[in-house]
Design a protein around this ligand. Structure first.
Ligand code: GLN
Length: 477
């Protein structure tokens, strides 16, 4: 089977008869079966094979959509009509969606092929994919380690070549952190750029949907497809999105780059620090301006994030009560017992933790001290970034403080687990876009990720710089 680097090469191979789409999909399905121990998929849609011939025909006759034949895996928190939507939770284990999320409809309209739903942390709450009713997911680079979370299954599906690309969701780092742990590209768009219609809500004012891929070109192509105003999402940005696909990286504008000093302090693994700084040094040698800047609010990110997101989660998850859909406890009792038993039996430990934490910070006596205060502090993160982007175009930081850790290593210490998100939650607090670039490996052979951050709606700058780094500075292709 001929190999391809990105989607345009795939199209070329199909057009010239060197690659059969049917064989390509069959190959993915076989690999998924062979790599079952990774546990990347909750559901595999073997019936997607039936689309192969029609789409191949369209490609050959030049009437196909932008993503024709791209084989995409979808995190199991996004609705696909007539397919299961479980959020990796027992409370939705038998739930089937009756409609398509807007992003899914857009993929289908452009002739993409959806191969399955990927495993994730329950309701996207977690940083290791260990909080899943379908069991944990293994990192393909070292099977004893976690893939990151919460979009762990999506990241593994891409990294282990079990699909061409995937969709994930990012509320505090859930696309970027697993992308970093698995050595792939992942992009969290500006809040509001991509419709959330059909994404199961975790923390609605933070949630975003974005792509994970093996290369910047495919990441851009998918973003271009899924971005745009949607009347079904009232927080969707009412403007025509840019064209994100670019070929000419050589003439990329020499952007001004900032290194926020708070992201390089204690707690950061030395090998990650050196790897990120060596890329910025190469950028400097190639004519980019690099300056150190300060984002003084950074130390408050984790506490602000976990107050606000748990508050929103406690409200969003109130709908799972066993009445209209989802799991219902069979224990005898009155209505209130039914609510309690249903939720006690079917939610996992971490989800319960967060519902309780969120209910607490919203309760009458504590609302002002926690939730109200955190809302005000959230604004200060935006101010921090606004200030930074007055003098620079892009910020470069590590994506995570460490590389992938061992399965079970952090499950007993939620605080340690939450610290994984220290560099990623700020982008969600401020609503700005961010992406992970895989820049190498540590001594143990585990992938190292570098994060790029830009101002709101400046995805194009992110992708331009990412393409330059991929093609010019990294020789891993
Ligand atoms: N790890 C973070 C959390 O557990 C981020 C999750 C996410 O982005 N969905 O909340």
């Amino acid at each position: 089977m001929p190999e391809y680097k990105n989607h345009s090469e795939k199209i070329h191979l199909i057009k010239s008869g060197l690659l059969s789409l049917k064989e390509n999909i069959t190959n993915f399905l076989n690999k998924i079966e062979q790599q079952k121990h990774l546990n990347a998929y909750n559901f595999v849609f073997d019936d997607c094979l039936t689309q192969a011939d029609t789409i191949e025909e369209k490609i050959k006759s030049g009437t196909c959509g932008k993503l024709a034949g791209m084989v995409i895996a979808v995190k199991d928190v996004i609705a696909i009509k007539d397919k299961p939507l479980t959020c990796s939770s027992n409370i939705l284990k038998n739930f089937v969606s009756i409609y398509n999320a807007t992003v899914i409809q857009k993929l289908i309209d452009e002739d993409a092929i959806i191969i399955g739903k990927t495993n994730c942390d329950e309701f996207a709450m977690g940083s290791s994919n260990e909080n899943s009713a379908f069991g944990f997911v293994r990192n393909p680079h070292d099977n004893e380690r976690v893939p990151g979370g919460s979009s762990g299954g999506s990241a593994v599906a891409v990294a282990a070549n079990l699909c061409d690309a995937a969709l994930g969701s990012d509320t505090g780092g859930s696309i970027r952190q697993p992308a970093a742990f698995c050595g792939i590209y992942g992009l969290k768009p500006t809040y509001g750029l991509v419709s959330r219609y059909g994404l199961t809500a975790y923390a609605s004012s933070f949630d975003t949907i974005g792509p994970l891929a093996n290369n910047v070109e495919d990441l851009s192509l998918i973003l271009e497809t899924i971005a745009g105003y949607d009347e079904k999402d009232s927080t969707s940005y009412n403007n025509i999105p840019e064209k994100y696909t670019i070929n000419n990286y050589e003439n990329a504008p020499k952007l001004k780059i900032g290194l926020p000093k708070e992201y390089f302090g204690s707690g950061l693994n030395e090998e990650i620090k050196l790897a990120v700084l060596s890329i910025t040094e190469k950028l400097r040698q190639n004519g980019f301006t690099i300056t150190e800047i300060s984002l003084p609010m950074t130390e408050y990110a984790i506490s602000t994030y976990y107050i606000l997101t748990t508050a929103e989660a406690s409200s969003n998850l109130a709908r799972y009560d066993g009445v209209k859909y989802g799991y219902r406890s069979q224990l005898k009792g009155d209505l209130s017992d039914m609510y309690i038993n249903t939720r006690s039996e079917a939610f996992g430990h971490e989800v319960k933790n967060r519902i309780m934490l969120g209910t607490y910070v919203l309760s009458a006596g504590y609302y002002d001290a926690y939730y109200g205060k955190a809302q005000k502090v959230r604004r200060l993160f935006k101010n921090d970034f606004d200030n930074a982007f007055k003098s620079v175009d892009i910020l470069i930081t590590p994506t995570t403080p460490t590389t992938a850790f061992k399965i079970g290593e952090q499950t007993n210490d939620p605080l340690e687990m939450y610290l994984n998100d220290v560099y990623t939650t700020t982008a969600n607090l401020a609503g700005i876009p961010g992406m992970n670039i895989p820049i190498g490996k540590d001594k143990k052979g585990l992938p190292i990720g570098m994060q790029l951050l830009a101002n709101q709606f400046e995805e194009k700058k992110l992708l331009q710089l990412a393409l330059y780094i991929q093609n010019k500075l990294l020789n891993n292709r």
